[in-house]
Design a protein around this ligand. Sequence first.
Ligand code: FMN
Length: 197
Amino acid sequence: MVAFPILFAIFAPLKIEEWIKDMENFSELIRLRRSTRKFTDEELTQEQVEMLLRAALMSPSSKRSNGWQFVVVDDKEMLAKLAQCKEAGAGLIAGAALAIVVLADPLVSDVWIEDASVASLMIQLQAEDLGLGSCWVQVRERFTADGIQADEVVRDLLDIPLQLQVLSIIAVGHKGQERKPFDEANLQWEKVHINKY
Ligand SMILES: Cc1cc2nc3c(=O)[nH]c(=O)nc-3n(C[C@H](O)[C@H](O)[C@H](O)COP(=O)(O)O)c2cc1C
């Protein structure tokens, strides 16, 4: 019993320091994160892929309904096909090591768009923390040049059941381009209203 307060006194300050350091790292992480659209050929490790999915599965969701599901694609041919799922803005998927297709079931969560969006961003933040680059590719409400819905294209390619909606594809890989960190001089503070609009 006596040992516990002593041990706590020794280890607690270390824990708090680590926590403060992590928090500083998070502030830095959100400043440095930029969309990556060019990737190197290097593959991801199994551990990295697991970390990305772990972050997705830990995402907060409305009423803890966890209405999302994820399709992980590392097959090069399939990545190239997914890159054609809409008229513009999906081409980068072809060069990524991995694509995580974010799905959600509207019957499980009435706010599935929010749930799936949060999960998409969690994957992106985890990718950045692993030193990887990522880009959100919007699928919902997007179309091919022929007017076919992007989610239908993705659904056919990946055999996604009808009840699931496709929100996004998060492309991940080793960064093949350098992006400038967010310029804090450009923060739109005028969009913030205090107590009243
Ligand atoms: C909802 C959403 C949809 C997006 N869709 C695409 C997309 O289809 N293709 C793409 O290249 N980038 C897409 N992006 C990335 C944005 O273009 C990017 O986040 C924005 O330009 C800001 O740049 P940054 O991420 O480098 O800070 C999307 C981002 C969000 C949040």
